[in-house]
Ligand binder design. Structure first.
Ligand code: 13P
Ligand code: SF4
Length: 306
């Protein structure tokens, strides 16, 4: 049986030989992060994807992230390491419903969380990520915003930006919605001094209790830089593990043991090996029209999020 280390060494050798850039979302396992060229949140990965010179890019994350890479770099070969890794929230918003809403609300700018399909991105004005949303929505000239598909992130944005009128639709992340106020009470009983750091995809009743609200990498950066020694982490539980690796002198507990995204966890180190070997993964194909139209909303995100 091969060890994790041996598989990692083979991946590192093959990706160099074949000039493959590996991008990994922060929710991936530690053993995958160790073979990645770049690790980040959705916004950071989109920025890296726009800049990389490598002709081949592999995404260890979920489908909409690989599609974003393809939209930004259509000339590249883009692979999703595990083809079954989707994001349920990205599939939630119906294309025809949004077409209808745009017709009914012609004076609204449509902002979409980047967790959407490439098809949906073709009919939105601008994308945002959790780390860039406040800045981007603030920078939009129009003060009437239709925000899809995450009403929890949208509610948090509306609170940060009272000068904007933000209309929401019902939708959200099933993983982050598992965390409740009861989980907070239990975690605080266990770690009374712990600062509560949460992702804005959590329900507003959880977000309003937090000491800090931010994207996956913002949560990690906050905990790493803080003088504080103990933290309750309200996002996907891999972040708890990564923080334990980077700050062994601090204490981290998950807000809920159930906050596991099975889609993010679908990708294994062996999937990465098979993909660099050309016997696994999925090559992302999008038609030219979709790429051109979807790109406008991502370019607008990168421009307004500078
Ligand atoms: P980030 O923008 O924080 O990476 O979030 C992406 C995501 O899917 C969180 O659930
Ligand atoms: Fe999608 Fe939620 Fe998983 Fe993020 S954590 S990929 S939003 S299902």
């Amino acid at each position: 049986m091969r060890t994790v280390r041996e598989i990692q060494d083979e991946i590192l050798r093959l990706k160099k030989e074949k000039n493959i850039c590996i991008l990994a979302h922060a929710y991936q396992s530690q053993e995958i992060l160790e073979v990645a060229d770049h690790v980040g949140d959705s916004f950071g990965l989109a920025q890296k994807a726009a800049k990389t010179d490598a002709p081949n890019v592999m995404m260890c994350g979920v489908r909409f992230m690989a599609e974003t890479v393809k939209i930004l770099s259509p000339e590249k070969n883009v692979y999703l390491a595990n083809p079954t890794a989707g994001c349920p929230m990205a599939e939630m918003m119906d294309y025809d419903l949004l077409v209808q809403m745009k017709e009914d609300m012609p004076d609204y700018t449509v902002a979409a969380y980047i967790n959407t399909t490439a098809e949906l991105k073709t009919i939105v004005d601008v994308c945002v990520t959790s780390s860039s949303a406040v800045k981007i929505i603030r920078n939009i000239e129009n003060d009437k915003i239709l925000f899809v598909p995450d009403c929890n992130l949208g509610a948090w944005l509306a609170e940060q930006l009272p000068e904007k009128h933000i209309e929401l639709v019902r939708g959200g992340c099933p993983t982050h919605l598992r965390m409740t106020k009861r989980d907070i009470d239990k975690a605080r009983a266990m770690l009374p001094d712990g600062l509560l750091l949460v992702h804005p995809e959590c329900h507003p009743t959880v977000v309003k209790e937090a000491d800090f609200v931010g994207s996956t990498t913002e949560i990690m950066a906050y905990a790493e830089k803080s003088e504080h020694k103990s933290f309750i982490i309200g996002t996907e539980n891999s972040i708890v593990e990564h923080l334990q690796f980077s700050c062994p002198d601090k204490t981290f507990i998950p807000l809920s043991k159930d906050c596991v995204c099975h889609n993010m966890k679908a990708t294994t180190l062996v999937d990465v090996l098979n993909c660099v070997n050309g016997v696994g993964g999925e090559k992302i194909e999008l038609d030219g029209d979709t790429i051109v139209k979807a790109r406008r909303s991502i370019d607008e995100m990168l421009r307004l999020g500078q």
